[in-house]
Design a protein around this ligand. Sequence first.
Ligand code: DGT
Ligand code: CA
Ligand code: CA
Length: 365
Amino acid sequence: MQIRVIFLADFDYFFAQCEELRNPSIKDKPVVVGVYSGRTEDSGAVSTSNYIARKYGVKSGLPLYLAKRKLEGTDAVFFPVDHEYYDQISERIMQLFHNYSDVVEQVSIDEAYLDVTAQVDSDFEKARGYAQKIKNNIKKQVGISLSIGIGPNKLVAKIACDIQKPDGLTIVKPDEAKNFLAPLPVTRLLGVGKKTSLRMEQLGINTISDLAKYDVQRLLELFGKVLGIYFHNAANAIDNDPVREQGEQESISKIGTLKQDTRDLSVILQKTDELTEIVYKEVSEKRLNFKQVSIYVVNVDLTSKSRSISLDQPAKDKETIKRNVKILFEKFLSESQLEIRRVGVRVAGFTKEEQQQKQLTSFFG
Ligand code: DGT
Ligand code: CA
Ligand code: CA
């Protein structure tokens, strides 16, 4: 198999850097971009801040009144989010990325994967120069600095990018990938949230290397087949997910085989919960909202059926998927006599989370 070279490009302190771009005089000051909820003058939270403000402990999510307090006595400047303007800049950079790769997968307003395997002939040394060229050109043409992580797959590229920011360039070659991940905490892996990491901690799994060494069979028993395999592969720096061009994707789905043919709802839901975890991981990574939840069923006689629910409102949370999957299966089982062999979970009808935010903030003025 050909060695892939994947870039993850992430724009530095993005919203705050956009504000610096149109007000160059604030560059040496703490800069805070906030979502003002509108109730009182300072109610709301920090969306992002530049690296000077971060030195004072002002980061995403911090209540604005606390940010003001921490920055008292400095010449800090505060801005309300201006999604339209950030979108324009984001789009210009995403367009430029297409000059450097045939496959650009935008994952959020300030992040994209580029598959540059062909452009650098699978050569990681060439990749370094190529990434530097992209960084320089974006800086020159748009005025925005960004960080790039380079790896043999999306998983490694993404984590590499986080290592050095801002204006970073981090390369992890295929033969270094496993060692690179080894000392990091398991929470660095997508899909390992608070609950999962606590459970892993109880099993003595703290670092990615602990997870990589953990008995696969046990992992499958503990987390189910789908998640177990994902955790094992991820910890071993294995990720075959291709970089997908934007707009290609209309749905995200996952299918699995039940341990035995059954009509037992709780057994079925145990499986679909596992599948939902994987589907949700991708949905949240891409910051998508969905408007449709579906199930897919393969019966013992190998006939297949699907059922869907359209949501009243776009949703983005795991519970909405699980709740609707349950409703769909309850109904399906009441209508069919056959035992079930395979089940699937699918979400579709995507909108981007940022578009939603834009509607919200424009509502608040
Ligand atoms: P970085 O990448 O660490 O240099 O800094 P950012 O600000 O680019 O952080 P990132 O990449 O996580 O997020 C990209 C943009 O998304 C950021 O500029 C503002 C927005 N954002 C991130 N976290 C939050 C949050 O907790 N609340 C809100 N409202 N917006 C956020
Ligand atoms: Ca960023
Ligand atoms: Ca980002």
